[in-house]
Design a protein around this ligand. Structure first.
Ligand code: NAP
Length: 257
């Protein structure tokens, strides 16, 4: 996809990876409709930027973000479903609302928006991007629900691509731990898994691979290679999961103390 002059809608643009992608989109000549619940945190003045407050876990709010984006931009060429969050926890019993909240934000919001894009485009080309996670491929202790939502994105995408027309692209991003507000928001004193990247580095890779219409976007080349190697030598990831499990146990003990 050529970005210059394209109309883009992006969710979760008020911080971290979304904010860095937003800056690059504007630098690349896009006109952007951006949303988050706290849009007041987006401190960018640009004639090509249109902000809308939106909670993506609510169907009506995605509907009104779409209406807003279409009205301000005159159509959406690229939709980036980036909003998301994690719980870092030992799941504390049956709690429908707890599970539903993360599934709605991280998974259902993307599925719903993807179908809205398909509906409005018919057979015309467009790109749809979802920020999943490395944890969509490698579940980590403490992130059972989160990993589930991101694996759901990957599973959905791999089947859904077959429903799209030529020129319609569904691209999934698999960032490793990224230095954003994410871990602070996931829970008190959440240990950050190794290795980490900067949000700007992740955003740069996302923009590069959107241009190339790449389906699976890996901001970390090291993770991409390790993920491939682990299919043949599963112990590679087992060792990594064991290390993260130790950190999880330590975190749990700290909470209990
Ligand atoms: N950081 C990491 O290590 C990492 C790794 C892999 C994948 N990811 C994924 O990358 C994406 C961006 O996360 P980040 O690291 O940039 O974290 P972040 O700094 O916490 O940013 C999350 C963004 O999502 C928005 N958001 C959260 N819930 C929302 C909702 N219900 N409606 C609308 N917007 C909502 C937040 O804005 P408001 O609070 O203003 O609504 C914020 O703009 C997420 O999908 C996350 O799962 C992150």
């Amino acid at each position: 996809m050529i970005l210059d002059g394209k109309n883009v809608a992006i969710t979760g643009a008020s911080s971290g990876i979304g904010l860095e992608i937003l800056k690059l989109l504007l630098e690349n000549g896009c006109r952007v409709a951006a949303c988050a619940r706290h849009i007041e945190n987006i401190d960018i003045k640009d004639d090509h930027l249109f902000l809308k407050k939106c909670d993506v876990s609510k169907k009506e709010e995605i509907d009104s973000f779409f209406e807003f984006a279409e009205e301000k931009l005159g159509g959406i060429d690229l939709y980036i479903s980036n909003a998301g969050f994690a719980y870092y926890e030992k799941i504390g019993g049956p709690d429908w609302e707890h599970a539903e909240a993360i599934m709605d934000t991280n998974f259902i919001s993307a599925v719903y928006a993807a179908e809205k894009m398909k509906q409005t485009h018919g057979t015309k080309p467009y790109n749809f991007v979802v920020t999943a996670s490395a944890m969509g491929l490698l579940s980590l202790p403490g992130y059972a629900l989160y990993s589930g939502t991101k694996a759901a994105v990957r599973g959905f995408a791999d089947a859904y691509r077959h429903e799209l027309e030529r020129g319609q692209h569904f691209q999934v991003v698999y960032p490793v731990a990224t230095k954003t507000e994410f871990f602070k928001r996931a829970g008190n004193g959440t240990p950050v898994p190794w290795p980490t990247q900067d949000a700007a580095t992740v955003a740069k890779r996302v923009i590069k691979d959107i241009r190339k219409d790449i389906n699976h976007i890996f901001p970390s080349t090291m993770f991409r290679i390790t993920n491939a190697v682990s299919r043949v030598f599963p112990f590679v990831f087992k060792i990594y999961v064991d290390i993260n499990n130790k950190a999880f146990r330590k975190w749990l003990n700290g909470k209990a103390a």
